[in-house]
Design a protein around this ligand. Structure first.
Ligand code: FAD
Ligand code: A2P
Length: 372
């Protein structure tokens, strides 16, 4: 081992007690002070949707001097709009665009769909990382209206055209075989088939799990499979689209690292946009692809994002040691055990215990998961 290698290892080992100490401190701080400010601050929604604030807490919850501290719980992210439109009174949006995101030779159908929200009263506003509900037209087998399906929002709050009155989704048509028959998913097929001008029932927005931190110097590690890219697209637009940077007066300076899983090159979603951001901001964006049916992992199996995580374990954990680092996981539920296993292996190689570290990251608001 060279002197410099020994120094790096010794330096790394010297940081472990500090990291453990910091996590321990964060944990006890959060447990003791549940009324403390949430650690993931969310940027304010710029306009008035905060016309729909959550119900004010009762005086007791707000800190009535006679009440015990344990009952004080500030609502997290109070400025984030939630449920402006509920299932019984959905907003009826108009389809603005609906186009395939796939190249010739790709597997399946994945569409980018944009809805015009402009005649909403109140306007359905949202922030990056939230989802909306869609109620498909028609009735189910029992003659009842279809149930709502949730979809992650793929646009920033400003919309793809920066006018602030649209929302976009990234939808894969669900198809599976049953008794020799191909079954089409109800809502995903409805969404992939709708045409500009069609009216669609929309609810929400919902979700506070996948919000971005406010800090311009945060590090954002993104692990996406398939349509799990939707919230990441919104984050990356906010970070790297020049119109977004100007509009938000938010100039991302941290490290963003996208791990994207797709079956074939032709199935990569928004790939040229991300390559463009990488070319423009090489010091701020890394983009690592796992193309499962074209690339092989070290065991000769399909290349999944967890294999890529293992390849870069050292760098990922160096980033995680930084309290400004957040990790976002979105897409197939099935990837969770694989990612967990990869993180556990990677942690072990750094002398850390993932089963302890993950809950600490979660409590600190730095581990964000939305899988389906
Ligand atoms: P349905 O008609 O509801 O069919 C689904 C049902 O079919 C399943 O419940 C199961 O019972 C059955 N089924 C499914 N596969 C099989 C199989 N292989 N064999 C037998 N039975 C099977 N989807 C996206 O495309 N993009 C997104 O951004 C997105 N974001 C989401 C965010 C959240 C928070 C959640 C919870 C889900 C998200 N989804 C997303 C998934 C989406 O909500 C729907 O579940 C999906 O589109 C399928 O709905 P559907 O109506 O087409 O299928
Ligand atoms: P594959 O289907 O080759 O097994 P899409 O939604 O466009 O199909 O993309 C999902 C991607 O996630 C595919 O590359 C798929 O690979 C991959 N994938 C499937 N199962 C898992 C899993 N358990 N962990 C990680 N990735 C997975």
């Amino acid at each position: 081992m060279s002197y410099s290698e020994a120094r790096v290892i010794a330096g790394g080992l010297a940081h472990i007690p500090i990291v453990i100490g910091v996590f321990g401190f964060i944990q006890s701080f959060i447990l003791k002070r549940i009324q403390a400010k949430p650690s993931v601050k969310t940027p304010e929604v710029p306009r008035t949707s905060i016309e729909n604030p959550p119900k004010p807490s009762s005086p007791k919850q707000q800190g009535d001097p006679g009440s015990s501290n344990k009952t004080i719980k500030k609502p997290a992210h109070p400025n984030v709009p939630v449920n402006t439109y509920k299932p019984k009174t959905p907003f009826v949006g108009t389809v603005k665009e609906n186009y395939s995101l796939l190249k010739d030779g790709a597997i399946g159908r994945v569409h980018h769909i944009t809805f015009d929200l402009s005649n909403g009263d109140p306007l359905l506003e949202y922030v990056e990382g939230q989802s909306i509900g869609i109620i498909p037209a028609g009735e189910d087998a029992k003659g009842k209206p279809h149930k709502i399906r949730l979809y992650s929002i793929a646009s920033t709050r400003h919309g793809d055209d920066y006018q602030g009155n649209t929302v976009s989704l990234c939808v894969r048509q669900l198809q599976y075989e049953k008794d020799g028959e191909t079954i089409d998913g109800v809502c995903s097929t409805y969404l992939c088939d709708i045409k500009p001008g069609d009216k669609v029932k929309i609810t929400g927005p919902v979700g506070k799990e996948m919000l971005l931190p406010e800090d311009e110097e945060a590090n954002i590690i993104m692990l996406a499979t398939g349509t799990g890219i939707a919230p990441m697209r919104a984050y990356l637009r906010k970070m790297f689209e020049s119109s977004e940077r100007k509009k938000n007066n938010w100039n991302f300076k941290g490290n963003a690292w996208l791990f994207m899983g797709a079956p074939k090159t032709e199935n990569l979603l928004y790939d040229s946009d991300f390559e463009g951001y990488k070319a423009k901001y090489p010091d701020n964006l890394r983009y690592t692809k796992a193309i499962s049916r074209e690339q092989k992992n070290t065991k000769g199996g399909r290349m999944y994002i967890q294999d890529r995580v293992l390849e870069h374990a050292e760098e990922i954990f160096t980033l995680i040691e930084n309290p400004k680092t957040h990790i976002y996981l979105c897409g197939l539920k099935g990837m969770e055990p694989g990612i967990d296993e990869a993180m556990a292996k990677a942690a072990t190689s750094k002398g850390l215990d993932w089963s302890e570290l993950r809950p600490q990251l979660k409590k600190a608001g730095r581990w964000h998961v939305e899988t389906y």
